[in-house]
Design a protein around this ligand. Structure first.
Ligand code: GCO
Ligand code: MG
Length: 402
């Protein structure tokens, strides 16, 4: 089999997505997600201008060789743009290989280790009682794990809290929105949210919380300690993780489990965190960490240290990433949980998919490949619409981590 053509499709059904479609001389096609929120066209150009010309004529079955060719062969390694582009090729090639075999992708990885993937959605509210109600809505739908975020008194906009509608979507049209952050107000407030959630729903459901890189290590240690009575499934991204060693300080002070890695794009970003057992869950995902081929390497390293997977699954990762992630999740032995921030109906229409949700779990489906496609005719009706993630400042104007 040979790759005869490949193209990038940029579309905005509710939000922007970048998709790579690869075609072969045997009529089989595969698709991969290449979306990098707020930097979409950089990946589109990387693929169109620099990767696609190298793919034509290659054997699509040689996934590992193609991965190495694009990673080592470019000379310039790693980084979110490069690794998202490689991920898109890798995902599309796994899709083709599984279709050629007539098998769902998880079978190509070694078969199922579990029936379905435990998932968590996002609940948010302007205040504690609204968040408590939203959590209740998800529990009533059968979810067994829910991420809870809440508006903080004295801060106008809080990470993870919707501006009006109950759906949270951080990217906005035009230039980046500027938000104000106060660590002091946040640290005093968050434990009250989880105290109330446990009071109302008991200790049955899993609760998760995303700190979104806002704290220093010692502040994160204090937060983890203050949340211990409420037994969180995890606290996510408590502090920026460029300096992996810094997490030792957090770890020395708290047994609240830690999840990190949605912004990582290679095994080198998390090697020390994993080998020193400074985290409990690794959040790297198919689209931003080099595809299934590289994610599998990260998960295998993590398994040696009893670190489990908890892949990023926000709405800026397309249904193609979600589908591929679910095949990975039902296979990977050291699976923890999968984020599932439900896509808008219009997104689901453009990306028809085989995956389903039932009673707190998701199932990748049994169709050959990863089970997700793109309706190109419909996609063309939603042209690219530039949007940016917000930036964050402290109350005195200092630029901070959003
Ligand atoms: C999460 C993430 C997202 C990111 C978003 C950025 O845990 O789901 O933190 O909400 O902010 O994916 O593009
Ligand atoms: Mg996050």
């Amino acid at each position: 089999m040979k790759i005869t053509s490949a193209r990038v499709i940029v579309t905005c059904p509710g939000r922007n997505f970048v998709t790579l479609k690869i075609e072969t001389d045997e009529g089989l096609t595969g698709v991969g997600d290449a979306t990098l929120n707020g930097r979409e066209l950089a990946v589109a150009s990387y693929l169109t201008d620099h990767v696609i010309p190298c793919l034509i004529g290659r054997d699509p079955h040689r996934i590992e060789d193609t991965w190495q060719y694009l990673y080592r062969g470019a000379y310039w390694r790693r980084g979110p743009v490069t690794m998202s582009a490689i991920a898109a090729v890798d995902t599309a090639l796994w899709d083709i290989k599984a279709k050629a075999a007539g098998l769902p992708l998880y079978q190509m990885l070694g078969g199922r280790s579990r029936d379905g993937a435990l998932v968590y959605p996002h609940a948010n509210g302007a205040d504690i009682e609204e968040t408590v109600d939203r959590v209740g809505d998800f529990l009533a739908k059968g979810f067994k794990a829910v991420r809870a975020q809440c508006g903080i008194p004295g801060i106008a906009t809080t990470y993870g809290v919707a501006h009006g509608s109950k759906f949270y979507e951080p990217a906005t049209k035009g230039l980046p929105e500027e938000q104000i952050w106060s660590t002091e107000r946040y640290l005093d407030f968050v434990p009250k949210l989880f105290a109330r959630l446990r009071e109302v729903y008991g200790f049955g459901p899993h609760f998760l919380h995303d700190v979104h890189h806002r704290l220093t290590p010692i502040e994160a240690a204090r937060l983890g300690k203050s949340l211990e009575p409420y037994r969180l499934f995890w606290m996510e991204d408590p502090s920026p993780a460029e300096n992996q060693e810094a997490f030792r300080l957090i770890r020395q002070h708290t047994v609240t489990p830690i999840a990190v890695g949605e912004v990582f794009n290679s095994i080198h970003d998390c090697r020390e965190l994993i080998q020193n057992q400074l985290i409990d869950y690794i959040r790297t995902t198919v689209v931003h960490a080099g595809g299934i081929t590289h994610l599998r390497r990260i998960a295998d390293l993590a398994s040696l240290y009893q670190v489990r997977t908890g892949s990023h699954g926000a709405t800026d990762l397309s249904p193609i990433c979600m589908g591929a992630a679910l095949h990975f999740d039902v296979w990977v032995p050291n699976f923890g949980i999968q984020e599932y921030m439900i896509h808008a109906p219009v997104t689901d229409e453009v990306f028809p998919h085989a995956y389903t949700f039932q009673d707190g779990y998701m199932f990748p489906g049994e169709v050959p490949g990863h089970g997700v496609d793109i309706d190109e005719r419909l996609a063309a009706e939603y042209p690219y619409d530039p949007a940016y993630l917000p930036v964050c400042r402290l109350e005195d104007g200092t630029l901070w981590n959003w």
